[in-house]
Write a protein that binds this ligand. Structure first.
Ligand SMILES: Nc1ncnc2c1ncn2[C@@H]1O[C@H](COP(=O)(O)OP(=O)(O)OP(=O)(O)O)[C@@H](O)[C@H]1O
Length: 621
């Protein structure tokens, strides 16, 4: 983009226009949060410049005295927020103050779409960044100069659809936001009021926030304070500032570690899932500081990807300040911090899981699928992670741990049974579970995609192997008190069924791998299973969905010998003409299609399915 050197007028992006209409046209109680947003931006700008000055000290003329300056001009009725941070150039202004690129604002608009338009409390909850200035100002000027550049700029807008950019005359780098206060916002010209707002929302800012020659905040980075000296409110405000989120932290972990690698960490587990949780980049959002100097927001290898929901900061003086962000990432000291942090977080989660299971359930619903990625990625913490994993199950009403599942295992049960699929409710209604339910054998219902993948790496827990109920023989007869009786039943001859099985096999040919009597069905006539050693049904489905597999392998069709339809078909299959019995032939295909449908699949050939169904109905009616 180029600049012309004269005043230019631009229109706001449509979404910004909508947002400004809402922001400017409404009255609500907590509009004071505009100051939190502007001070937060000013502090971020100082952090950014301090980092860049590490490699180019000329940017700040060697000074590291950063501050945020508030000025009240009662006569002009303006309140201004200045910083000597990174500043913005022409392109930055155009890109950032005219569009919506920021998480807070996007979340706010989404929430408005879903909920009540009149719910103005939402603004306080989400924060809308810079644009919140228009809650109190009918005109906003931004005077800014980017560090290392010669030109300065003035951005101005009355928040009514357009903004202008023209060359400015700011001598030093940084930004001043001047708010021309609305008639009904004169309270923000009062020092006492402003002082109170800063104390309430911005005390954690690590640069001095000055008004009338005096710092209004504590000016010590919150994480450097003793954990007992930080209140819950201060944590919440800092969490909002550092994570750009507006929920409350569910768990706060604040500690100073001295030793081989000294570091301080202040980590938060959010109470709601951040929107980028499942983004392909799986970015970490814990900020890295070296000796209180901000280094990077998304340092790879500071926290593992399976803990990417964490927010907060890590500060260590044992890392070198003089290396680039990229080099830091392969620093062995960083790797040690990462290991220590992972163990600390997992330990804290375990404690919570034991002490506050209800809260933990909520955590698990938000982040469990992410935590389970660690089972695949970090063999070093696998056992610890398995302890904090929770699962839905067919018997236990709430989420269960593996240890508790094992504690409830029946006599003779040497496997942890599970069924994987798209969602727990759908899985819980699957025919594959009938025999297990009838015998009271608990089955874990695994509904996250990641489940199929960690199960490739972990085969047992406390000596019991993980076994899918949709794969191989069930072993159900060996479990429970009636194990011996079941053995007898098992050995009983079923000659009629043998004929039917032979007829169905002949008719279905390559469409199935085998046809067998089932021990896992009680109510349904049929189901499809993966043979021992074959890929599990759900894994195959997932791979197909992701284009990594085109053709599935043929499955084993199981028939329920006790089902009315199967019995009648068996009766019919006794005769010599079974192989040329059109109804039996149609029925064989219909049984296969039924099994597919109950797995959530389409019939193999929908047109043939309809024809066969009509033929069978016709002969029945
Ligand atoms: N004082 C400032 N100095 C330098 N850049 C600024 C300043 N204020 C705003 N900006 C730029 O404008 C962008 C938009 O700011 P805005 O407050 O709307 O969103 P944000 O702070 O990035 O995110 P969020 O609103 O989610 O907290 C910032 O990301 C930053 O690039």
């Amino acid at each position: 983009m180029t600049d012309t050197g004269v005043k230019e007028t631009f229109s706001f992006q449509t979404e910004v226009g909508q947002l400004l209409d809402i922001v400017a046209g409404s009255l609500y109680s907590n509009r004071e949060i505009f100051l939190r947003e502007l001070v937060s931006n000013a502090s971020d700008a100082c952090d950014k410049l301090r980092y860049q000055a590490l490699t180019d000290p000329t940017l700040t003329d060697g000074s590291d005295q950063f501050s945020v300056l508030l000025e009240i001009d009662a006569k002009a009725k303006t309140l201004s927020v200045s910083d000597n941070g990174i500043g913005m150039n022409y392109d930055d202004l155009l890109e950032t103050l005219g569009t919506i690129a920021k998480s807070g604002t996007g979340a706010f608009l989404n929430a408005l779409k879903d909920g009540e338009k009149g719910e103005m409390g939402l603004i306080g909850q989400f924060g809308v960044g810079f644009y919140s200035a228009f809650m109190v100002a009918d005109k906003v000027d931004v005077l800014t100069r980017k560090a290392g550049e010669d030109t300065s700029w003035q951005w101005s807008s009355d928040g009514k659809g357009e903004f202008t950019i023209e060359p400015g005359d700011r001598g030093v780098c940084g930004t001043t936001v001047v708010l021309h206060l609305k008639k009904d916002a004169k309270e923000f010209l009062e020092e006492v009021r402003v002082r109170h707002i800063i104390k309430t929302y911005s005390d954690h800012i690590s640069f001095p926030v000055m008004l009338g020659g005096e710092a209004l905040n504590s000016v010590s980075a919150i994480w450097t304070r003793a954990p007992k000296d930080v209140t819950e409110e201060q944590h919440t405000e800092f969490y909002h500032h550092t994570s750009h989120a507006f929920d409350k932290p569910w768990l706060t972990l604040h500690s100073h570690v001295e030793g081989a690698v000294s570091h301080t960490s202040l980590l938060y587990v959010p109470s709601t899932a951040p929107m980028d949780l499942y983004d392909a980049e799986r970015k970490s959002h814990v900020k890295l500081y070296v000796n209180r100097v901000f280094i990077s927001e998304n340092t790879k290898d500071l926290v593992p990807a399976y803990l990417r929901f964490l927010r907060g900061v890590v500060d260590s003086q044992d890392l070198s300040l003089n290396v680039s962000r990229e080099m830091l990432q392969s620093d062995p000291t960083l790797a040690k911090i990462k290991t220590a942090l992972s163990k600390k977080v997992i330990g804290a989660l375990k404690k919570k899981a034991n002490k506050a299971p209800d809260e933990y359930t909520n955590f698990w619903e938000n982040f469990g699928a992410v935590v389970k990625e660690g089972l695949i990625e970090d063999p070093g913490v696998r056992d610890r992670l398995l302890e904090i994993c929770r699962f839905s199950s067919t018997i236990y009403g709430e989420l269960t741990s593996l240890a508790d599942y094992v504690g409830r295992c029946k006599d003779g049960q040497d496997a942890i049974y599970y069924m994987a699929g798209d969602n727990a409710k759908k899985i819980s209604q699957s025919p594959h579970l009938e025999g297990f339910k009838a015998k009271g054998v608990e089955v874990l219902l695994l509904a996250d995609h990641v489940d199929e993948f960690w199960l490739q790496h972990i085969t047992e827990f406390e000596g019991k192997t993980f076994k899918s109920v949709t794969r191989g023989a069930t072993d159900l007869d060996k479990i429970g008190d009636d194990a011996d009786a079941a053995d007898d039943k098992d050995n009983a001859e079923t000659p009629e069924l043998d004929n039917l099985i032979a007829a169905v096999k002949l008719e279905l040919g390559d469409l199935v791998k085998d046809v067998r009597p089932s021990k896992r069905l009680t109510d349904s006539p049929v189901c499809l299973i993966a043979d021992d050693g074959d890929m599990d049904v759900n894994l195959e489905r997932l791979l197909k969905q992701h284009g990594q597999l085109t053709d599935g392998m043929p499955r084993v069709l199981e028939l329920n010998p006790d089902h009315k339809v199967v019995k009648k078909l068996a009766e019919r299959a006794k005769g010599d003409e079974a192989s040329s019995d059109a109804l039996l032939q149609d029925a064989a295909h219909l049984l296969l299609d039924q099994a597919r449908i109950s797995d959530g699949e389409a019939p193999a050939d929908p047109a043939e399915f309809v024809r066969r169904l009509s033929a069978v109905m016709d002969s029945a009616l």
